[in-house]
Design a protein. Structure first.
Length: 331
């Protein structure tokens, strides 16, 4: 049942409208309700109101065969702060780019737009991805690019954040993107809480490859997981490839190959991402100076921290801290 914002004494919740078209992918339909509807602040207060809309307000059949009764029709999108479009299992929108009447117009509002998997075809058909970077499941990236040549399709990444329009790859990447939204809106601590509650990884970088070979670990345990876990506990140290390989008991060449097979990233890129994530957490949750944050995260100097944080998310440390501690997300 929808939460009634009028029953709360606080500010209205940020409203998320999930647009369910016919043959919506059942698993993806539930993700916004689980990860946004289930998001809570440190006092266990809800952070989002999540409702479901269909074209005419009537039930739709999901990819799993059961029917879903929505909260309303397309008019709900007019009051949304964020609209999430889950994937669709085939249909005209994927074959010809044809949308049901009224959908394209309803997607022209000011709301932030988010697609999961083949939901990108819906946003593209509405013209909302023209000239923008976007992604979808790697099985359908060529089809999306051919059907909508004005979209800058990236076939390899987990998700793309283009500000007010965000797209993701397949099922699990939709989870990554929704956690990214929570992190962007409310910080790492909140995103980590909801990830822990749902028993999923709290963070995978959006630029990570969609398709990563993950071989069965060698019987002698010669993978890189133990080294990664060790490094994450000691990010303040100035690690080198030689040191990482020595900890894993392999040559640098073998370590680098195994690391990429298991994570889809080079060791040094992965290390930088872990440092950035720790720095963000410290900026959000502590009053430590920028120099201290830089040292704890392993960047060494405030200048290095500023350079890496700006490269990763486009803002300086103080601006990031002010943004996180600023006013709550508007309804």
């Amino acid at each position: 049942m929808c939460k009634n914002p009028a029953m709360s004494s606080g500010p209205p919740l940020h409203r998320v409208v999930v647009l369910a078209l016919e043959h919506v992918v059942a698993f993806e339909l539930g993700l916004p309700h689980a990860f946004l509807g289930g998001a809570r602040d440190a006092d266990d207060a809800p952070l989002y109101e999540v409702v479901t809309a269909t074209v005419d307000g009537g039930p739709v059949t999901t990819s799993a065969g059961y029917r879903v009764l929505p909260d309303g029709d397309l008019s709900l999108l007019a009051g949304a702060g964020t609209v999430v479009v889950p994937g669709v299992a085939g249909g005209a929108v994927m074959r010809t780019g044809e949308l049901p009447d009224g959908v394209a117009a309803a997607l022209q509002g000011p709301a932030r737009l988010v697609s999961i998997c083949t939901g990108a075809f819906v946003l593209a058909a509405a013209g909302r991805l023209d000239g923008r970077p976007a992604t979808t499941h790697w099985l359908h990236t060529d089809q999306l690019a051919q059907l909508h040549p004005r979209v800058r399709v990236d076939p390899d990444v987990l998700h793309v954040d283009d500000g007010d329009v965000l797209t993701s790859a397949g099922n699990a990447a939709g989870i990554d993107l929704l956690l990214h939204l929570v992190r962007r809106d409310h910080g790492s601590a909140t995103a980590t809480r909801i990830a822990r509650r749902r028993v999923v990884a709290p963070w995978r970088d959006g630029g990570q490859s969609q398709f990563v070979d993950r071989p069965v670990p060698d019987p002698d345990g010669a993978g890189t997981a133990a080294t990664r876990a060790w490094v994450q506990e000691h990010l303040d140290r100035p690690w080198t490839l030689d040191q990482l390989a020595a900890h894993a008991g392999t040559s640098v060449r073998t370590f680098t190959r195994r690391f990429r097979e298991e994570t889809g990233l080079s060791p040094l890129r992965w290390l930088t991402q872990q440092r950035v994530e720790l720095a963000r957490h410290l900026l959000e949750t502590s009053d430590a100076s920028i120099d201290r944050v830089a040292a704890q995260a392993g960047f060494g100097t405030a200048t290095s921290l500023r350079q890496h944080l700006h490269a990763a998310i486009g803002v300086a440390p103080l601006a990031y801290r002010r943004t996180f501690r600023g006013s709550p997300l508007p309804g």
